[in-house]
Design a protein around this ligand. Structure first.
Ligand code: ADP
Length: 228
């Protein structure tokens, strides 16, 4: 599994890097039709470097967690804002995949003790997966709501979904579902392990429900901060 992981990660890192290198070379050699095309190339380089940075963040955070380093810094925060930021950061990738996203944040959410960067990364991972595996479904719904004394973040897609016997396994590190192993979708199998770690660090959990063939919903549940 470890060597498969290393080869998967290297593959994931190589693709954006070769795109950056190719478009950078064209710009440097002046192989552009005009300023508009130059801007377009620069935009590709920018987008792919953001993607590369995110992949590296994922691997580094995962490595820290594996070493047992405490990576979280908690403060009272607004889950709605965190989720809105993750949605905002995904705009480019969504447009590229010709997908739309609908964000619905319930009013009067209770305050939560959270690590903003970690929680953003968790939601980004769920949205990234929906883009990667469920682009056919065309849309993603993100709902922030309240369940009892907890705040929930639900990311729903309308793609192929996940077979029931794999619901627990996909949260294991390095595990990739049988359906995707047959298709050329890049991935290293650490995204959901990271999401689960982040949810647990917040005293919460993550779960999946799915009707194979009609999509999947990943729900992160985080308990509200005790009243001061
Ligand atoms: P990666 O995407 O790098 O493979 P993850 O840990 O994020 O790793 O996901 C593990 C596996 O769960 C994926 O390989 C895929 O098989 C499955 N999966 C995750 N999200 C979805 C989704 N939205 N729809 C269908 N399958 C999914």
């Amino acid at each position: 599994l470890k060597s498969e992981f290393i080869s998967n990660v290297s593959h994931e890192l190589k693709t954006p890097l070769s795109i950056i290198s190719m478009f950078g070379e064209m710009l440097a050699l002046g192989r552009v039709r005009g300023p508009e095309q130059a801007t377009e190339y620069a935009d590709v380089i920018w987008r792919e470097s953001v993607r590369l940075a995110r992949l590296i963040d994922n691997v580094l955070d995962f490595a820290k967690i594996e070493r047992g380093v405490d990576v979280y810094e908690f403060a009272e925060g607004d889950v709605g804002e965190v989720v809105a930021r993750a949605v905002e950061l995904s705009t480019h990738r969504l447009a590229n995949a010709q997908m739309t996203i609908a964000l619905d944040v319930a009013p009067d959410l209770p305050a939560v003790r959270l690590d903003g960067n970690a929680l953003t990364l968790a939601v980004l991972n769920l949205i990234d997966n929906a883009i990667k595996y469920a682009a056919d479904g065309k849309r993603i719904e993100v709902k922030v709501g309240v369940a009892g004394r907890a705040v929930t973040i639900a990311v729903t897609d309308f793609g192929p979904g996940i077979e029931a016997d794999e619901h627990a396994r996909i949260f294991e590190r390095f595990y990739r579902a049988k359906a995707v192993r047959l298709r050329p979708i890049r991935g290293s199998g650490i995204g959901l392990a990271l999401v689960e770690h982040i949810a647990r660090a917040h005293g919460g959990k993550v779960a999946v429900t799915s009707q194979p063939g009609s999509g999947a919903t990943f729900t992160i549940t985080i308990p509200a901060a005790p009243p001061a």
